[in-house]
Design a protein around this ligand. Structure first.
Ligand SMILES: [Zn+2]
Length: 490
């Protein structure tokens, strides 16, 4: 049950606000094991909707689901040099089983490249066996020191796609394609605009040739890496002897990709859309889209408005919407609780649309519809409530994306005009996305990160680059070789 204490305001302490929203909207709770979290039904319901949609999108792009084991032989992780270096500090290792010391310790998967490509090596003989396009929904464990609910926890839920191809061109195409799927999902369903682009050498995935990423801007102007897609080249194929016979009769190593998004996206959703009254869930991901609150003062009214509320629910639940599926509706007819307290609770939980109906509304054959995103209220006729509510949810979904994009752009700084002094001032102050020139040098990248805590999020894809191309490096002033997007990040 939500308590009545007011939420901390975002402007006062964004981090405290975030934790309070996650806990009080009942998305997740702390677990008895430090760094782990319990995902509660209201949070898991959002994850299920994310999964359903992404799963459809993966299948529409030719992928199938499979499941690989939680345990990975320690020797596997050591086969790809960069990969082991990247993950060794955060692995959980099982040394005993059934009361006996194991001959070879087992790693609890931090990610599954090694075990999956070892299996592909067994399944692939000829070019006819390619491509392999597999996804798995799973949990992974990374022993993080500093954890935050949804954003960084020891164990989290995710999906990892792993593919094998006959040519590098095909693998690179797949990598970019799945980045596009993630972007479509994040913008179309989460209403969270993202900047896509390539990671620098120092920020790429351990073992990848190239890493691409989707970066969203949270309301504290920090970036959240919300999804990544990796062109793995032949690194893992060589480590696991994943070879195939070519059409011409020769032998070649396969080309791999991997791509993943996780429950971290729920944290992104909270930090993109929440306000000082709590959570705001984009309708397409809301487990409940509409809550109906009947209002009564005496027993006679109670019977009538409750019956009317149930009728509205029936007509809404049967409503065929533009996007697949029916409207998800809940009637809150709890006794002994004032309507105002109910409104407060549903606002905190982020339900996109509220319909209030009292005796006087009933006499006028109407109800009052209240948007969570803007707070705007208006009467709707009971004869058209289904259509009006479905249309309104559509409008809310669109408005949330537009608002988030406007906020991002208002906090982005572009062009060659940003001097390093100005950059330091921005990062020491309110932060934001800064698009600036970069010489391509790892030294400049590292120094800036050390001095300002901002990092290169991506070298943005063409559509995000500035019209006024920066000519010189933000730090050293020599010629810029690529425009870089800088921000502090989660
Ligand atoms: Zn430089």
């Amino acid at each position: 049950m939500a308590d009545d204490k007011k939420l901390t305001k975002r402007a006062d302490d964004f981090s405290a606000w975030y934790n309070e929203v996650v806990l009080r909207a009942e998305l997740a709770d702390y677990s008895p094991v430090r760094g782990c979290m319990v995902i509660r039904p209201r949070g898991y319901g959002i994850w299920e909707r994310m999964q359903q949609q992404l799963d459809t999108m993966f299948k529409d792009t030719g992928h199938e689901n499979a499941y690989f084991p939680l345990f990975i032989p320690e020797s596997f992780l050591k086969k790809e040099a960069q990969h082991v270096e990247g993950f060794a500090p955060e692995t959980a290792v099982v040394t005993h089983g059934g009361g006996k010391k194991l001959e070879e310790p087992l790693i609890v998967r931090p990610t599954s490249e090694t075990i999956i490509y070892a299996m592909y090596a067994k399944w692939v003989q000829s070019y006819r066996d390619l491509p392999i396009l597999i996804n798995q929904w799973a949990n992974v464990v990374r022993w993080e020191m500093r954890t935050r609910l949804f954003l960084r926890t020891l164990e989290f839920l995710w999906q990892e796609g792993h593919t094998a191809h006959a040519t590098h061109e095909e693998a690179e195409h797949e990598t970019r394609k799945m980045l596009g799927v993630y972007r479509d999902f994040m913008e179309g369903y989460m209403a969270m605009p993202v900047v896509t682009g390539q990671k620098t050498e120092s920020e790429k995935f351990a073992g990848a040739l190239r890493t691409y990423s989707c970066e969203g801007m949270m309301q504290d102007n920090k970036a959240l890496q919300a999804g990544t897609s990796h062109d793995l080249g032949q690194n893992f194929a060589k480590a696991f002897d994943l070879k195939f016979q070519t059409e011409e009769g020769g032998t070649e190593f396969a080309w791999n990709t991997s791509w993943g998004v996780s429950t971290r996206m729920i944290g992104g959703l909270v930090m993109t859309h929440g306000d000082d009254n709590g959570l705001r869930i984009p309708p397409l991901l809301a487990p409940i889209e509409i809550v109906i609150v009947p209002i009564w003062r005496n027993d006679e009214d109670k019977g009538r408005v409750r019956a009317a509320a149930m009728l509205i629910k029936e007509s809404l639940s049967a409503w065929e919407r533009r996007s697949p599926g029916r409207l998800r509706v809940h009637v809150d007819d709890r006794e002994g609780m004032k309507p105002g307290a109910k409104y407060y609770e549903w606002e905190l939980r982020g339900i996109p649309l509220r319909i209030e109906i009292g005796p006087r509304d009933l006499e006028q054959n109407q109800a009052i519809m209240v948007r969570r995103d803007t707070g705007a209220k208006r009467p709707v006729s009971l004869d058209s409530v289904g259509e009006d509510a479905a249309d309104m949810l559509h409008v809310i979904q669109e408005t949330m994306l537009i608002d988030a994009r406007e906020r991002r752009e208002a906090n982005s700084f572009r062009g060659g005009g940003v001097s390093y002094d100005k950059f330091r001032e921005i990062m020491a102050g309110d932060g934001g996305f800064v698009y600036a020139g970069w010489c391509g040098g790892a030294a400049c990248e590292a120094t800036i990160k050390e001095e300002t805590k901002a990092s290169i999020r991506v070298l943005p894809d063409e559509e995000f680059r500035s019209a006024d191309v920066p000519k010189s490096c933000l730090k050293c002033g020599s010629a810029s070789t690529a425009e870089a997007l800088w921000a502090k990040a989660y």
